[in-house]
Design a protein around this ligand. Structure first.
Ligand code: UDP
Length: 235
């Protein structure tokens, strides 16, 4: 795989380490180092960051609250994570910028495709915050959407494990791992790696999805070098 332009979707949960909530700065620093290593090799990398370590809209809805407000709270969580990731990248000397789908100009720039492309063309790492900016969506869908908008050659989905399994390997010891799948197989087998809208959008735009463990230091770079472990989803 010789991708020169990728989009990384990192879940919010990846940032919380073993704490169970919030942000573990040491973990964010480590993920930032992996991003910096890839960026230093001349690969254009932009990131969509999740917010599940802080808030998920469904948590409000499941307790009788308003889903839309819950999703707004979830999207705000992604902005906190994006600012943490930018801080870690800047510490490493990497120029990085946060673009939010929800305008909050005191904190960061607002998203537009043109601004994102201009920053990336200038060699900056672009971090997309606020998901798609709409309730009832996920940051996985934002990942597929921004990958398409950026013209990314692949959507890298960092997960808790080293690829896509037939069932959750942490819960089911008989789960088997796939090396390769098509987008349609992921949808037909109802594999719970990303939500349906995200996989459908990636399929529609012929964007391969590379599923790998975000917890393995250096794995992103190894995959780009053709030595890493991942499940590749492509047509
Ligand atoms: N969210 C949303 N619209 C989006 C993206 C995210 O409403 O386009 C909200 C939603 O409530 C979601 C939360 O933000 O639960 C956090 O995002 P997500 O669950 O995708 O984060 P991750 O699982 O990647 O940490």
């Amino acid at each position: 795989m010789t991708f020169k332009r990728i989009l990384l979707k990192a879940s919010g949960e990846a940032l919380m380490g073993s704490q169970g909530f919030g942000i573990d700065v040491a973990v964010v620093d480590r993920i930032a180092a992996d991003i910096a290593a890839v960026h230093a090799k001349g690969v254009e990398i932009s990131i969509v960051i999740g917010g599940g370590n802080i808030f998920r809209g469904v948590a409000v809805a499941s307790r009788g609250g308003d889903r839309v407000t819950g999703d707004h709270m979830g999207m705000l969580g992604t902005v906190i994570n994006a600012l943490a990731l930018r801080t870690s990248l800047v510490k490493l000397g990497v120029e990085a910028v946060v673009l939010s789908a929800i305008a909050m100009p005191e904190l960061c720039e607002s998203f537009s495709q043109r601004a994102a492309r201009a920053h990336a063309d200038a060699g900056r790492v672009v971090i997309f915050a606020g998901g798609t900016g709409n309730p009832f969506f996920t940051t996985d869908s934002a990942g597929a959407l921004r990958a398409a908008e950026m013209g990314a050659e692949a959507l890298f989905k960092g997960t808790q494990v080293d690829g896509i399994y037939s069932a959750d390997p942490k819960l089911d010891p008989t789960a088997t791992r796939y090396d390769r799948l098509t987008h349609s197989e992921v949808l037909d087998k109802r594999l719970a790696v990303m939500d349906i809208a995200a996989v459908a959008l990636a399929r529609e735009n012929r964007i391969p999805v590379v599923v790998f463990s975000i917890h393995q230091p250096g794995e992103l770079e190894r995959i780009l070098d053709g030595r890493g472990r991942a499940t590749i989803v492509s047509d």
